[in-house]
Design a protein around this ligand. Structure first.
Ligand code: PAF
Length: 229
């Protein structure tokens, strides 16, 4: 498995694979890989001839008071895990490789889907995600891109990006991978104190309780929200 650091080398490799008729899958990540990422890489390896995992902590999608500097970067472990899960290449550019002048001059501005929910408390976040994902697609030239359903709003943004820019690739969304108590796997779970970690499991209990009520026929949103709370 190769570790590729430059756009030029990545484009060359992807072009060669495409010329050889290989079907290329890409799994975009910010590293700190966990079982959720690995399930995407394994799924890509089952259905594609070549798999590229991108590892890039994208400054554009972090707000000024967010965790860009302390975001976990266990790179050697990521490379090992990506290889064991079936990746053929890890594309891990430096920030200056993707954004030579530090910040891109142009950005993707996402539509209404990026303004609601998480977008309301993280202004600009989804513009940053869409901009880097477009760039990563451009450099890796995949036939298929795989994302986790955990970041549901992000999958809607990527879906719009692919449709609106007529990108020649297919989007696959795979189910969230959870801890035994239901907490969704996330690189940021490492930030939780034991008490916060304990409380976080309530999210999955609440979702399950709400789902059970809806399946039992309840259609009043306020009642479902009350049960979940
Ligand atoms: O989901 C992530 O890890 C990131 O938002 C992504 C898609 C790799 C873009 O930086």
């Amino acid at each position: 498995m190769r570790v590729v650091r430059t756009c030029h080398a990545m484009e060359g490799l992807a072009t060669r694979w495409r010329r050889e008729g290989r079907r290329l899958g890409v799994v975009p990540t910010m590293g700190a890989l966990h079982e959720g990422h690995l399930s995407l890489i394994r799924a890509a390896a089952r259905t594609c001839d070549r798999v590229v995992v991108t590892v890039f902590v994208n400054p554009l999608q972090f707000g000024p008071r967010e965790d860009f500097a302390r975001y976990p970067r266990p790179f050697a472990r990521d490379v090992r895990q990506a290889r064991q899960a079936g990746a053929d290449a890890v594309f891990a550019p430096a920030v200056t490789e993707l954004y030579p002048s530090g910040r891109p001059r142009l950005r993707v501005r996402v539509g209404p889907v990026g303004a609601r929910w998480e977008g309301r408390i993280r202004p600009g976040h989804f513009d940053g995600v869409a901009t880097v994902v477009l760039l990563l697609f451009d450099v890796t030239r995949p036939s298929v891109a795989l994302f986790g359903e955990k970041d549901y709003q992000q999958t809607l943004v990527v879906r719009d990006l692919i449709r609106d820019f007529a990108l020649p690739l297919r989007l696959r969304i795979l189910p969230t991978v959870r801890e035994p108590d239901g907490l969704a796997l996330s690189s940021r779970n490492a930030y939780l104190s034991p008490a916060e970690r304990h409380r976080a499991a309530a999210l999955w209990s609440a979702l399950r309780a709400g789902r059970a009520r809806i399946r039992a026929g309840e259609r009043r949103g306020a009642v479902v929200a009350g049960v979940m709370r």
